[in-house]
Design a protein around this ligand. Sequence first.
Ligand code: FAD
Length: 316
Amino acid sequence: MSPVVVVVEHLDGQVAKPTLELLTLARRVGDPVAVVFGAGADALAPGLGQYGAAQVLSVTDPALDDFLVAPKAEALAQICARLQPAAVLFTSTLEGKEIAARLAVKLGSGLITDATDLAATDGVVTTTQSVFAGNWTVRATVSTGAPVVTVKANATAPEPAPVEATVEQVEVSISDAAKTARIVSSEPKKESGRPELTEAAIVVSGGRGTGGDFSEVEGLADALGAAVGASRAAVDSGWYPHSYQVGQTGKTVSPQLYVAAGISGAIQHRAGMQTSKAIVAVNKDPEAPIFALADLGVVGDLHTVLPAVTAEVQAR
Ligand code: FAD
């Protein structure tokens, strides 16, 4: 089978869960080749091998750490020229999308963003996307060159397929033209102790119905080991940081369970959460549009319902 390049996201010696999902999808269309930027490929390789990456390419040019995305796109273009992959896969993060777009231009091929599935028929890679606020499902192929695809976190469950992973150090040559935007400093986000919103298996979101008090939303999130999200009405009111906004102009999440508390279910909010596997809505208005989408609807005051559910979960 043809190689499929998977760009690895890693932090503090850990492979991010969406990368394991990419490896799982990559195996459907070819043989995954994991590309690790920066130090640590040796330590990461066994974990990548667990999910089917027999080949791990380690790229450690200092320009990759010192500059924004352009050197990574250049390095990947050189790797693709050598491997002639069937596809190149990224997680749908802001950085992933930017590198993917630059790479697609360099390869003269097509870019598909926010895919939720991949398949191969007669060697042609087909992607699935949910578009127009989730109202349409699109299957697409790229007609020229290797498709460059970004895939939404939680698109699939990671499935192990253990192989022995060998690490190869790859030398790349980064041009001066790619060394334009230098990273001056970077600081880790303050730890909330909760999972990252776009990667979490469970998300509990609050809206205007919280009245500005997110403690009950956070309480349930912590009882469930979930991430916290918010509607735009809540973040625009200054009740929760913008980086937690779910929706068309916020983050797209696709967890196993999404709890919408005091959220009406406007189409722009739905655009960011409607591919969740199970949706639970808590709303005091029985006519709220969110109930049309919910697998389980609770008509009630969130200030009563959330603490009761939290206590129940904690008691188990
Ligand atoms: P509301 O619509 O006001 O709903 C509040 C709900 O809480 C109501 O259903 C009410 O019955 C319920 N409620 C009130 N009190 C309680 C209680 N005590 N217990 C239980 N339920 C209660 N929105 C987003 O969320 N994300 C986006 O990315 C986004 N992008 C947008 C982009 C554009 C271009 C535009 C025009 C809008 C966008 N919006 C977005 C805004 C969107 O249209 C809605 O205004 C917003 O989602 C509403 O947020 P909400 O559901 O919290 O508030």
